[in-house]
Design a protein around this ligand. Structure first.
Ligand SMILES: [Zn+2]
Length: 143
């Protein structure tokens, strides 16, 4: 979405700030076949901008699921809460890895809602790939 209007300079800065890994599933570019994307935290369609503060890095899978969402439902309480925002939230405050390192587990309403909305822990293809990363000693990453 309007990716072409994000300058190379801004994209480089955002990738650097994100350590070139997905803000949601923490998959690093060097382990993902597809190019990680620059995502709008607040979508342009909802008034978001192309400023650094509204941009982060997401893998194509997460970015497709996120689409123009900014909120989701916490499966425990039914409350509508904001999606996890890597610019204002700390990953480890809202998520943790399961003991086997395969699944992301929510610690908060925001974490739980984001896991459901972005399918962070139920995609069988992702779980398969992650299981190989675990065997190779590449995963889970530090938050
Ligand atoms: Zn991801």
């Amino acid at each position: 979405m309007a990716r072409a209007s994000i300058s190379t300079v801004i994209e480089r800065r955002v990738r650097s700030a994100a350590r070139n890994r997905c803000g949601y599933c923490l998959s690093p570019q060097h382990l993902v076949m597809a190019r990680l994307e620059i995502e709008h935290i607040i979508p342009l369609a909802k008034g978001g901008s192309n400023a650094d503060a509204n941009l982060w890095v997401a893998c194509p899978i997460r970015n497709r699921y996120k689409s123009d969402k900014t909120t989701a439902v916490d499966p425990e309480t039914g409350a509508v809460v904001p999606l996890f925002n890597r610019r204002t939230h700390r990953w480890s405050d809202h998520f943790r890895w399961s003991d086997d390192g395969l699944r992301i587990v929510g610690r908060t309403a925001i974490g739980r809602a984001t896991i459901i909305a972005l399918h962070l822990s139920d995609d069988p293809d992702v779980l398969e790939v992650r299981s190989h990363w675990v065997l190779a000693g590449w995963h889970p990453p530090e938050a």
